[in-house]
Design a protein around this ligand. Sequence first.
Ligand code: BGC
Length: 369
Amino acid sequence: MQLSRRGLLYGTAGVAAVSLAACGAGGETKPLTGFTGIAMPTTTSERWVLEGADLEKRLQDLGYKTILENGEDDIPTQIGQIQSMIDQGVEFLIIAAIGNTSLGEVLAKAKDKGVTIISYDRLILETPDVDYYASFDNNQVGVLQAKHIIDKLGLDQDTDETFNIELFSGSSDDNNSQYFFQGGLDTLEPYIYSGKVVIPSNQTELEFTATDKWSRAVARERMTGLLDEFYKDQPLHAVLSPYDGISRGIVEALVAADYEPGSDEFPVITGQDAELRSLKAIKEGTGQTETVFKDTRLLAGVTVDMVKSIVEGGKPEVNDLGTYDNGFKFIPAYLLDPLNVTVDNYKEVVVDSGYATEEAIDTAPADED
Ligand code: BGC
């Protein structure tokens, strides 16, 4: 599987604008107005709430009508919401899918009505009806996480020490999960082959490492089991975690097993999304030490630009044509760069860029159960 976009075809050549006008019931065409349905997946993770509101505002600022819905991690709920958007006459759908293979039927109905479908952040699979994909370099997310572990453990230093690591991946119904995981695993692989890194559980396959619905509780439970089974008599040095919520679940399991955050014995833990609670832990040294920041303001901007280009009769800008195969075709994509965040640069990357204030980080409430 080709997971890297480097060296692949760039540019907009060959990507045709999907539609300049929507088809009415009788097959007649009418000018596009930009009416857009935004289907976000959940409110349990900060980013989707912020992005739903951001997308809506940007579209409304252009004078476009919008409908915003949240699927609360339930596939039938999201399908119902999309159907209702189609019934209300949207011309564009921006969808962050809950189940990556569950939307074929409803998207076929949207296509029948001439709706342009943009897969937002998560690629929708097994349907010919996805027109564009806007996301980040998802493989690079895993690379950054693994590099943090390499750096913090000093894996490149010339010693005979071996390090114990465990691996977590995201929800198996999210196409991004395999990209994050592969990026991380490929980067750690040389150290695993050389014997410098050991994975005592031997759980290196997605079927074992997956975290259903990206749930903190599911991650906590798996980490608790791993500690009980494999770490009674040996230290755990690092955990590759794909997402901040999962990272906090892992920290909870460690704390319950008497590991002390901030101490030398506390494992290195990675993350993703720069959630406020995780930034607080990074800043204060009370849990994970890294997160990957994906500037979702840029993603919302790129996506809204796609809609705008089509409304104005042009072609959306893409920068990747050959990385993301959804089972039917390679989806023209715009991919943005993720950034590594630690205590050393969180201020510059997250605060100075206006994404979060120090105060919001300092006062982030603890997770509720
Ligand atoms: C997104 C991540 C997010 C995860 C859980 C993934 O599809 O790319 O940014 O952490 O979903 O919401």
